[in-house]
Ligand binder design. Structure first.
Ligand code: IMP
Length: 432
């Protein structure tokens, strides 16, 4: 079977869980291919008939489905403390996590990189990125600078020590002389990382090889992106992005699965737009409508608890996501949040200093100056959470979805109509 990539179309938090729930047990492998514990998804676990909410930041969502093999791919940066905390939390609730595999080539978030992330943001002041402070950026920077620590290094004390000392010879200068903070002690860092070795060893594998064999055996492999298209380090609103490849291409480099084996790209598009952290956001609303979307959509970060910035749907971004990711299917989430609005605006183009732009402006400065040009559709008042077919939706909600589909240039295969796992309309199967 070919592989499927799942990406976010906007700035993250689009609700990828809706699509993974829909594919459910038909998926055999779920691969996290980028990012680290900057992501966040809330999952509901049923133990002895009791429903418990649990926030996962690092582990792939597939960890909760017993038939799925969850994989942390080579493109991920792993905070080992968080990894084991999340595993322990799930084990205590009776979730079997023994199938998890971690790529030997994934990078490790060393404690000094968590420190550097926070002090760099403080140092940047008004120019800060608004990172999650988890050490993501400095760890990817080390990877590119070729001074990173990889999972496999944890099993060779001599190599680990050499690498930590090499990294710290420079970083400690920065920590002490520029940021006026304490130096990191190589011995302590090495000791901390080594303390995870025994537990980590059985999970570590050549995951690219495992995945190649799985595909040859006809298994369904889902490559699940963290963050989203506009947070991608190459294709996002740089520098207000995360430091990894969150678009479909990253699914290949971050897992070792070649592009020729990917058959479908599913993108999740929230029916409105949200963003956490700094950076441009043309349709952002600072008024009652923004507050309505935040309250109705419960838009507060899973990782940091920050209120998310909210705005209307922007299909210039939707079209861009189609193009950059080669989207074959969209899942629109949270359509129910728009219920009750007399008019539902869609941003169809930008006005940049008097010039209309139907596509993303070439330069970042123009994007900062972009003013939304809206098309307004009639709203609907009916509760749509019980709808399970497209035809059951009110006529105006149907018209809204069809117009969005036309504007983004790829078919809408599923529509989320409520927060529950089953509150979704499937128009076209996401798996062949
Ligand atoms: P970092 O990934 O912690 O370096 O943060 C860089 C930017 O990406 C910040 O604006 C974060 O708020 C944003 N970001 C990182 N992870 C997520 C996510 O899972 N959802 C939404 N935004 C995110």
């Amino acid at each position: 079977m070919p592989a499927i990539v799942l990406v976010g179309a906007q700035w993250g938090d689009e609700g990828k869980g809706k699509a993974t729930d829909l594919m459910g047990e038909d998926v055999d492998y779920v691969v996290k291919f980028n990012g680290g514990n900057n992501a966040g998804h809330t999952v509901v676990i049923e133990t002895d008939g009791k429903r418990e909410k649990y926030a996962l930041h690092l582990l792939p969502s597939g960890i909760l489905t017993p038939t799925v093999t969850p994989i942390i791919g080579n493109g991920v940066v792993v905070d080992l403390e968080v990894l084991f905390e999340e595993l322990d939390g799930l084990n205590e609730r009776g979730v079997d996590t023994s199938k998890l595999l971690v790529s030997a080539n994934a990078h490790v978030i060393a404690p000094y990189n968590r420190t550097l992330d926070k002090v760099t943001e403080r140092f940047l002041g008004a120019r800060k990125i608004g990172t999650t402070g988890r050490g993501i950026g400095p760890t990817y920077a080390d990877k590119m600078n070729r001074v990173g620590i990889r999972i496999q290094d944890i099993f060779d004390e001599g190599i680990l020590r050499q690498k930590v000392e090499a990294a710290l010879s420079f970083k400690n200068q920065v920590l002490v002389k520029i940021y006026n903070t304490r130096a990191a002690e190589a011995d302590r860092v090495v000791e901390e990382l080594l303390s995870y070795a025994d537990r980590l060893r059985p999970m570590v594998a050549d995951t690219a090889l495992v995945l190649e064999q799985a595909l040859n055996d006809g298994k369904n492999v889902l490559l699940e992106a963290g963050q989203a298209t506009l947070l991608d380090v190459d294709h996002g609103t740089y520098p207000f992005v995360t430091s990894s490849s969150a678009t479909a291409g990253g699914g290949c480099t971050g897992s070792g699965i070649p592009p020729t084996r990917v058959s479908r790209v599913i993108a999740i598009l929230k029916a409105y737009t949200t963003r956490v952290g700094e950076g441009p956001f043309p349709t952002e609303l600072d008024d009652d409508n923004g507050e309505f979307l935040r309250k109705t959509g419960a838009e507060y970060g899973t990782t940091t608890g920050r209120p998310r910035r909210c705005g209307w749907l922007d299909v210039v971004i939707g079209r861009y996501a189609t193009r950059i990711n080669g989207v074959t299917d969209f899942v629109i989430t949270k359509l129910d949040v728009l219920t009750g609005l007399p008019k539902v605006p869609i941003c169809v183009a930008y006005d940049v200093d008097g010039v209309r732009h139907d596509e993303m402006p070439v330069g970042q400065t123009d994007f900062h100056h972009a003013k939304p040009i809206y098309e307004e559709l009639d709203g609907w008042w009916e509760d749509i959470s019980g709808c399970r077919t497209f035809e059951e939706l009110p006529a105006n909600a149907q018209a809204y979805v069809l117009r969005v589909e036309e504007l983004i240039g790829a078919r809408v295969s599923a529509i989320g109509v409520g927060p529950g796992r089953h509150e979704i309309i499937e128009r076209h199967a996401l798996l062949d």
